[in-house]
Design a protein. Structure first.
Length: 153
């Protein structure tokens, strides 16, 4: 059965679209039965393409984000997806406010998959820049996530 994952950040134009693009690429390479999506808790950028800086960094690394459009996290996502993954603590607070009681989806933070990484949150690059470092972090965590959910041996 298809396993469904949604990445979540605040705007759904920088971090979570990057995670969606990377994991989708890795899933295609692995031939895994995993559906990948992303959303933002704010809805501020609904319908918009990912940030041009995220798209450029992804393109440089061989990933294409151009088919993605920003959307807002919905209550129904907690029934549809098996795993919902936030980027930082404030995303988790926002997610818990949206989640219905008895939600099916498990909730994690992306850097939970990199326990040795001193950073626990994926920094928000929107105002700060550092899209290359953010990409590195997200890519490493997506590889660890895929290894974690892919049946072993
Ligand atoms: P994201 O970054 O949550 O990684 O998509 C942001 C994008 C937009 C804004 C904040 C963070 N904003 O304030 O519009």
């Amino acid at each position: 059965m298809t396993y469904r994952i949604q990445f979540v950040c605040l705007g759904n134009i920088c971090r979570s679209p990057t995670a969606e693009g990377i994991l989708r690429g890795l899933v295609e390479q692995a031939g895994a039965d995993i559906e990948v999506s992303s959303s933002g808790t704010s809805g501020w950028h609904n319908g918009k393409l990912p940030d041009a800086r995220s798209m450029a960094e992804a393109k440089r690394r061989g990933y294409d984000l151009s088919s993605q459009r920003s959307s807002q996290t919905a209550q129904s996502d907690f029934e549809y997806f098996d795993l919902i993954i936030g980027m930082d603590h404030s995303n988790m607070v926002n997610l818990r406010a949206i989640a219905p009681c008895g939600a099916k989806a498990k909730m994690k933070m992306l850097l939970d998959y990199l326990p040795e990484q001193p950073l626990r949150e994926v920094p928000d690059p929107y105002y700060e820049d550092g899209f290359d470092t953010v990409f590195d972090l997200i890519e490493a965590a997506c590889k660890a996530l895929l290894a974690d959910i892919t049946p072993k041996g």
